[in-house]
Design a protein around this ligand. Sequence first.
Ligand SMILES: [Zn+2]
Length: 102
Amino acid sequence: MTDYNWCHGPSCHTTETQSRVRGSKGNKVLRTIKIKANRYGNYQSGIWNHFCNQRCLMDYIQTHIQSIVAIAPRREPLETPIKDPVKDNTRYYNQWTIEKRT
Ligand SMILES: [Zn+2]
């Protein structure tokens, strides 16, 4: 992997921030953000090595959602085996206790 990636947000280069201004006087542009690899350590680096912020991430997903879900389509629901749920009246919220079956 390279040390830097360009943000993959489709509209990153149109957002008006000082950090995106590049170019010489009279010839300025707003440029896509350059992202330093592992800027947040290992925290979600698979995502944040490619997107400068959550807006760019969501714009990308919105633009490419059909291609993304085609990578690993879900045609049937998944299920987790559980024991019969038990009601617990001592708790105000989440009164049903659900335990996974092993
Ligand atoms: Zn961006």
